[in-house]
Write a protein that binds this ligand. Structure first.
Ligand SMILES: NC(=O)c1ccc[n+]([C@@H]2O[C@H](COP(=O)([O-])OP(=O)(O)OC[C@H]3O[C@@H](n4cnc5c(N)ncnc54)[C@H](OP(=O)(O)O)[C@@H]3O)[C@@H](O)[C@H]2O)c1
Length: 262
């Protein structure tokens, strides 16, 4: 699928109320896509939808939903069906994490991270398959993370959930490519957004961040090139290189030092 194919068709972006998802909505509207915007903060989504409609002459629908809740994806699909919307591009971007010692976070928070980062992402791929397969070319963008390249002490659950996305998404590309569905695994490095504040981030070795604009530009350019994996930050290349070069125990020890709470 080329980016220009999305003009006049529907793209669904999860986590569109801030950060990388908000920027996906902006750049896709610029490309002429109609948008389904999904997240929990409805007012933000409505404001974004109206702005993009006015600026780009596209149609935008808001679905305010907690994707970590049970039955959320079924409810979303039902709303798309009622509105007669067929999705040609799915951006599985909504995600959350938690910094700090594993035992410092309630078990229920981990269940929600898992439900959002993995279960909802899988359910959306499955639930929208018929839509995607009905086009000669269509695409899914699943947002992974540089945290997927190696286990990350003090972000154990988050890194594991992104390792899941990383594996699942590339495997799905292996299956769906022949059907004309590109499944892109997008690997941002540290990126400016609300993510760290919400995840309880503290001072760490991370000093440089990309902007959401850089991340989304790379992802959408990757659509044109048909790239199954788009790794954004220079840092992620370095990280992948070292993660593959040294023994896992050494890599985990060094990464643990980067993220250990003071
Ligand atoms: N920022 C980074 O350094 C970084 C690096 C690598 C990968 N990533 C990944 O990039 C993706 C986007 O994150 P971001 O950095 O843009 O963070 P962000 O600014 O916190 O955005 C997260 C988005 O997900 C939505 N969301 C969170 N929980 C939700 C739920 N239960 N149901 C529905 N929507 C929910 C949020 O909206 P509401 O709160 O309104 O629901 C928000 O729109 C995530 O998958 C993240 O793991 C981020």
């Amino acid at each position: 699928m080329r980016l220009s194919d999305i003009k006049g068709h529907w793209a669904l972006v999860t986590g569109a109320s801030s950060g990388i998802g908000h920027e996906f909505a902006v750049q896709l509207a610029r490309a002429g896509a109609n948008l389904v915007l999904v997240a929990r903060r409805e007012e933000r989504l409505q404001a974004l939808a109206r702005t993009l409609e006015q600026e780009h002459g596209i149609a935008a629908r808001v679905v305010a939903l907690d994707l970590a809740g049970s039955g959320a994806v079924d409810s979303l699909r039902a709303q798309l069906g009622d509105a007669g919307i067929r999705v040609r591009l799915l951006v599985n971007n909504a995600g959350a994490g938690r910094w700090g010692r594993f035992e410092g976070t309630p078990a229920a928070d981990y269940e929600r991270i898992n439900a959002l980062n993995t279960t909802a992402l899988v359910a959306l791929c499955r639930g929208l398959f018929d839509d995607l397969a009905s086009f000669p070319a269509s695409a899914v963008i699943n947002v992974s993370s540089a945290a997927a390249y190696q286990p990350v002490p003090y972000m154990a659950m988050y890194a594991a959930s992104k390792a899941f996305v990383h594996s699942f998404s590339q495997a799905l590309h292996g299956e769906w490519k022949a059907r004309g569905i590109l499944v892109q695994t997008l690997v941002p490095g540290p990126t400016e957004s609300e993510f760290d504040d919400k995840a309880g981030a503290y001072e760490s070795a991370i000093t440089q961040r990309d902007t959401p604009q850089q991340v989304v530009r790379a992802s959408l350019a990757g659509l044109d090139g048909g790239a199954p994996v788009v790794a954004v930050a220079k840092g992620t290349y370095k990280q992948r290189f070292f993660a593959g070069l040294f023994p896992p125990a050494m890599v985990i020890r060094e990464v643990g030092k980067m993220f250990k709470p003071k």
